[in-house]
Design a protein around this ligand. Structure first.
Ligand code: K2U
Ligand code: ZN
Length: 171
C-alpha cells in the first residue's frame, strides 16, 4: 500500500536508523510498500525513514525509459567511493519542490543484503550513484540540504514549515 511520505522538518528524518536483524514478512511488506510509494510519487529512490520507519532499508529504480529495475537494499554499506566527484541538482520527496546542487563521489561500491537474505555488492555510477548516496544519507538522518549553507538550508526549512501549516489547515 502507498504510505504517506514525511515532510521535513520531522525528527524521524534526522534519526540514525536501526539495522535490520532478520528479514521478516513485515520487512518484505515494508519494501513492497516503499517501492509502490516511490513509483507513485514519482521518484527514483526512497528510504524507510521517509515513510516513518527508522530501519536501514532503501529502494531504488533509476531506470527512466525501459523495463523497471526495482532494487531493495537492506543494511547497505559503502565499501569504496571514487576520488572524483559529480555535481547533481538534487531534490527530495521529503522536501518537495526544492532543488540544490550537491557534490558527491561520481562512483560508489555498496554492499547490502537483498530481500532473499543474499549478500550483494555493486558499483554504481551516474544517477544511480547520486541516488544511492542520497538514500543512504537518509538512513543516517542526513538530508541533501545539510550540504548547503546555513542560510539556504534555513530558507528551505522555513518554506517546508509553511507548507506543513497550509496542509494541516487544508485537512
Ligand atoms: O530520497 C528521496 O527523496 C528520493 C529522491 C531520490 C533522488 C534525489 C536526488 C537525486 C537522485 C535521486 C527522489 O527520487 S527525487 C525525484 C527525482 C527524480 C528524478 C531525478 C532526480 C530526483
Ligand atoms: Zn530524499
Amino acid at each position: 500500500m502507498i504510505r504517506p511520505i514525511l515532510i521535513h522538518p520531522d525528527p524521524r528524518l534526522k534519526k540514525a536508523c536501526d539495522p535490520v536483524t532478520d528479514i521478516t514478512e513485515e520487512v518484505k511488506r515494508l519494501a513492497e510498500d516503499m517501492l509502490e510509494t516511490m513509483y507513485a510519487a514519482p521518484g527514483i529512490g526512497l528510504a524507510a525513514p521517509q515513510v516513518g520507519v527508522t530501519r536501514r532499508v532503501l529502494v531504488m529504480d533509476c531506470i527512466k525509459d525501459g523495463p523497471p529495475e526495482p532494487m531493495v537494499l537492506i543494511n547497505p554499506q559503502t565499501v569504496w567511493a571514487s576520488e572524483d566527484v559529480s555535481t547533481y541538482e538534487e531534490g527530495c520527496l521529503s522536501i518537495p519542490d526544492q532543488y540544490a546542487e550537491v557534490k558527491r563521489p561520481s562512483a560508489v561500491t555498496v554492499r547490502w543484503t537483498g530481500l532473499d537474505g543474499a549478500e550483494e555488492e555493486r558499483t554504481f555510477g551516474g544517477l544511480w550513484a547520486t541516488c544511492v548516496q542520497h538514500e543512504m544519507d537518509h538512513l543516517d538522518g542526513k538530508l541533501f540540504i545539510d550540504y548547503l549553507g546555513p542560510l539556504k538550508r534555513q530558507m528551505i526549512t522555513r518554506k517546508m514549515e509553511k507548507l506543513k501549516r497550509e496542509r494541516a489547515r487544508a485537512i
